[in-house]
Each structure stands twice: as structure tokens, then as C-alpha cells.
Design a protein around this ligand. Structure first.
Ligand code: ADP
Length: 491
């Protein structure tokens, strides 16, 4: 299938969605977006600049304060979210294909994601009816006191390319549930599904200006959104370097921030674990989405008693994965998102070689000539890694796992926690006492025991330390979009 037959990629360049209209960028410039599996051009996309962000923020402010949106009831907002979920469900195949084309992820993976995202939208629809303040018994005679939960206002969102639709739903859902408005700046590598989602939000009944999508580059459009004085909250998902820039840029109006940044998550395998289940899980904790997942379990700590066999089993699983064009349903792993990303990953592999790491599998590009046009890297298992090596400290965002042996529980807790990141952590053991101790001791936003990367709309997800702050999913996600007002009434 080529781009010309995708219904969203016909009919000229992709424009900006501002105030309910498709508009051309003020500067009149467009950039190309490519399929990373083949290098083929998919579409020309509007290059929004600071002035376009300003227009979109004005539209979002207008929709927040005038028109039907501020008067809509929770029931009406819920109905919009339910319709949006139905529309995304109806277009499941188109959305899956759009993400597969735009960032290379296998169609089996993107189809699964769309199903989960429909469920997530329905969760937010439910949450639209579950916003509660509380009354307080003060000690002031005659006083009635309660709290109101009010929308935080205009939300700016800046998203990455590793799950384009996913990231967009995580920003659109809570905005619609709480009555905020949104200016979304998707990643320049993968803007297509977020644009289509914005279009469907309109069709679902979100009034013009509630959901705006401005495509463009981080240093221009993204930076303007981060610093914009009329944006009340910024939700950022991306690298920790950019996260630091966002924090600085946001200081001018002290906007509320939530940051979902990178990780270097430990995945810890005790000798008493169900190793037949743990080995494929440890492999896919890193190789899924070609390693382009913030919570990938990239530091694999294995009990020395089982280290050699376990590392071989992970490598075997990696070698059995089929690399290919994501459109092929038989593909397990797609390419990396861009030539630049592959260069970055290969830089880490060169560093590991120089540091003396042992390559158990991978470390190179696939030899199949059919894959030569894409940005592929073979799933790579590194052994003989020490905690100080760069491959064990820095986020690679590629299919590369660093395996290290440990001897006892105190040692592995200390080593797992000795990271500047704290996003996820995995533990495999059949011993409940070990599981609970690890669950408490590991310093991360999520700890998975006998599973990895489990996800549910009801469970908050986010990081500590350099992995960011704030939570997505769950009640906490809605709370981040609401202000608490204290109302005092003297009787
Ligand atoms: P990566 O390096 O993996 O692409 P980034 O954190 O740079 O990750 O990108 C995530 C998102 O942040 C993208 O939408 C990108 O355009 C945006 N971005 C990049 N630089 C900036 C910046 N200086 N200010 C605001 N947004 C930015």
C-alpha cells in the first residue's frame, strides 16, 4: 500500500487546525514527512511558527471564555468524548495505518494501540461525570465552605513521535473531560494522526477552538507554546533535555507543568522467577516499538546464578523477531523513526564496543536488501556491561538492552536506584516477600511485578527524578487539569 491510497494523505498539504478551520501557516512554509521503513514521502505538512501558535492560543482562549464550551455540562462533554471514541473505533484501521506509515511501528502494534485508545477515551468520558469538590466543616460559626474544581484553562501540549496517536489522545482526553481547551504541537516526525484526531474531535461536537493542532518544529512552534503568557498549563512528553528547556521557558507566567520524560528503567530477574515467562518479557520490554518507549526496561539485572542462560534466552527471542515494513502483518519490529535516530543509536553501539561490552546478539543493521531503504537496527543484547558505561546510564531509544549480573537483593536495589531517571521498574520473582520489598524500595513512578509495561486507564503513569512530574491516566490526570477554588459563604 502506498501513501496515495491512505484517505488522509490525499488532497494536498496538511494544514493547521485553528479555531475549527484548516488554515495555511502564516509563513507559508511546509516540511516533508517520510515513511521511515522506505524513505518514501508521505505528505507535506504545514510548518507552524510562533505567530501560528499565537493564533491558536487566541482561538483556545476564545473558546474557553465565550461560545458554547464553558456552558456545556459534564453530560455534554461526556457525549462528545463517547462520540470521539466511536469515531476513532470506526477509523481503527486508518489510524493504525497512519501511525505505521508515519513512524514505522508494526501494524499489529498500532492496531492494538488504537483499541486501547478507544477504551481510554471512554474512560475520560466517564471521568467527565466524576469531577467533585468537597465541603469542609470549618470552626467558624455560620460558615459554609466548599471547594469547586474548575478547568485550569488553556492547555498547551507538546508530544513526541514514538506513539503519535497515543500521545495526542492522552492530551485531548483530559482536556475534553475537564472543560479546558487545547493547543497541541505534535512531533515534526509524526504529525499525521494528531491532525486527524483533531478533525474528528470537531466532528464529535467539540466546538471550534477547543482542540487546535499546530504542526511545526520544536525550537520555534514548541518553544513559543512553552513560553506563551496566555497558556495556563503545559503538558510535555519528550526528552529530559527538552523538558529542562520547557521548565525554563514556562517561568515567565509560571504556568502549570506536567512532564513525562525519559527513563533508563531497571528490569530485575531473580533466580526463583518463572524464567520461561520472564525471558520473552525482558526482550519485549526493550525491543517493542524498536525500543522507542520511554519506560523500556533497558537495564537488565539478572541473578548471577542464571545470568548466562537467561541472557542467551533474551538474545534468542530477539533474533526470532521479524524486522520489516510495518504494513506487513508478519512484522514484529519496524525501523527507527529517522536516519538521525538510527545514527544516535549506532553511536551508543560504537561506544559500547569501545567500552568492551560483549555483543550477544545484534549490534548491526539487518542484511536483507529489502530493508536497505529503512532505518533498521537489529535487536541487540549487550553483556559484560558495567553500571558506569554510557549504555547503562543514558536513554538510547533503540532496541538495545544492557544485561548485568547481581548477587544479592540489597546490591540490586542500590544499583537499580542509582540512576538519574525514575520512570518504570520491573521485577520477576515467585517470592511475595521479595516482590513487596522490591515494590517499595524501587524509586520509580511504576513498578511492575511479574509483568512489564502493564497499562490501564485507571492507573496513573509518570515519573520521578529526571523522568518528570505529574501523572497521566487515572484520576490524577484529571486533577492536573483542574484548579481548586475555595468558596466561603458566611450565613
Ligand atoms: P526527541 O529528541 O526524541 O525528538 P524531543 O524532546 O526533542 O525528543 O521532542 C519532543 C517534542 O518536543 C517534539 O514535539 C519537539 O518538536 C518538541 N521540542 C523540541 N525542542 C523544543 C523546544 N526547545 N521547546 C519546545 N518544544 C520542543
Amino acid at each position: 500500500m502506498t501513501f496515495s491510497v491512505h484517505p488522509f494523505l490525499t488532497g494536498g498539504p496538511k494544514l493547521l487546525l485553528i479555531g475549527g478551520q484548516w488554515v495555511e501557516p502564516i509563513g507559508g512554509r511546509y516540511f516533508d514527512t517520510y515513511n521511515p521503513a522506505t524513505g518514501e514521502l508521505l505528505a507535506k505538512v504545514a510548518q507552524g511558527e510562533a505567530a501560528d501558535i499565537d493564533r491558536a492560543v487566541t482561538a483556545a482562549r476564545g473558546a474557553l471564555e465565550q461560545g458554547p464550551w464553558p456552558h456545556m455540562t459534564p453530560s455534554e462533554r461526556q457525549a462528545i468524548l463517547l462520540r470521539l471514541a466511536d469515531l476513532v473505533e470506526r477509523e481503527r484501521e486508518n489510524f493504525a495505518l497512519l501511525d505505521t506509515l508515519d513512524m514505522g511501528s508494526p501494524i499489529r502494534h498500532t492496531r492494538g494501540s488504537v483499541g486501547l485508545l478507544v477504551d481510554l477515551l471512554r474512560y475520560y468520558a466517564g471521568m467527565a461525570r466524576a469531577i467533585h469538590g468537597e465541603t469542609a466543616e470549618t470552626s467558624i460559626p455560620g460558615m459554609f465552605a466548599c471547594t469547586l474544581r474548575e478547568p485550569v484553562g488553556v492547555v498547551g501540549a507538546i508530544t513526541p513521535w514514538n506513539g503519535p496517536l497515543w500521545a495526542a489522545v492522552l492530551k485531548v482526553g483530559p482536556v475534553l473531560a475537564t472543560g479546558c481547551t487545547l493547543v497541541l504541537k505534535p512531533a515534526e516526525e509524526a504529525s499525521l494522526a494528531p491532525l486527524r484526531l483533531g478533525e474528528l474531535a470537531l466532528e464529535a461536537g467539540a466546538p471550534p477552538g477547543v482542540i487546535n493542532v499546530v504542526t511545526g518544529f520544536g525550537e520555534t512552534a514548541g518553544a513559543r507554546l512553552a513560553e506563551h503568557p496566555d497558556v495556563d498549563k503545559l503538558a510535555f512528553t519528550g526528552s529530559d533535555e527538552t523538558g529542562q528547556k520547557i521548565v525554563r521557558a514556562s517561568a515567565g507566567n509560571l504556568k502549570r507543568l506536567t512532564l513525562e520524560l525519559g527513563g533508563k528503567s531497571p528490569h530485575i530477574i531473580f533466580a526463583d522467577a518463572d524464567l520461561d515467562a520472564a525471558a520473552p518479557a525482558a526482550a519485549m520490554a526493550v525491543f517493542a516499538n524498536s525500543g522507542q518507549i520511554c519506560s523500556a526496561g533497558t537495564r537488565l539485572y539478572v541473578d548471577r546464578k542464571i545470568y548466562d542462560d537467561f541472557v542467551q534466552a533474551v538474545a534468542r527471542h530477539g533474533r526470532g523477531l521479524r524486522l520489516g515494513d510495518g504494513r506487513d502483518p508478519a512484522t514484529d519490529l519496524g525501523p527507527l523513526v529517522s536516519a538521525m535516530q538510527r545514527k544516535r543509536v549506532e553511536g551508543y553501539l560504537d561506544g559500547a564496543r569501545a567500552d568492551g561490552a560483549q555483543f550477544i546478539s545484534g549490534g548491526d543493521r539487518p542484511s536483507d536488501p529489502a530493508l536497505a531503504g529503512g532505518y533498521f537496527v537489529n535487536p541487540t543484547v549487550l553483556a559484560g556491561v558495567s553500571d558506569g558505561m554510557r549504555v547503562a546510564r543514558e536513554e538510547i531509544f533503540g532496541p538495545v538492552v544492557a544485561a548485568m549480573a547481581f548477587d544479592d537483593i540489597d546490591e540490586v536495589i542500590a544499583r537499580a536506584n542509582a540512576s538519574r531517571f525514575g520512570l518504570g521498574a520491573g521485577v520477576w520473582t515467585k517470592n511475595n516477600a521479595t516482590a513487596l520489598r522490591m515494590g517499595r524500595a524501587l524509586r520509580a513512578g511504576s513498578v511492575w511485578v511479574n509483568c512489564y509495561n502493564a497499562l490501564d486507564p485507571a492507573m496513573p503513569s509518570g515519573g520521578i527524578k529526571a523522568s518528570g512530574y505529574g501523572r497521566e491516566y487515572g484520576r490524577a490526570h484529571l486533577d492536573d487539569h483542574l484548579n481548586i477554588k475555595s468558596l466561603w459563604m458566611q450565613g
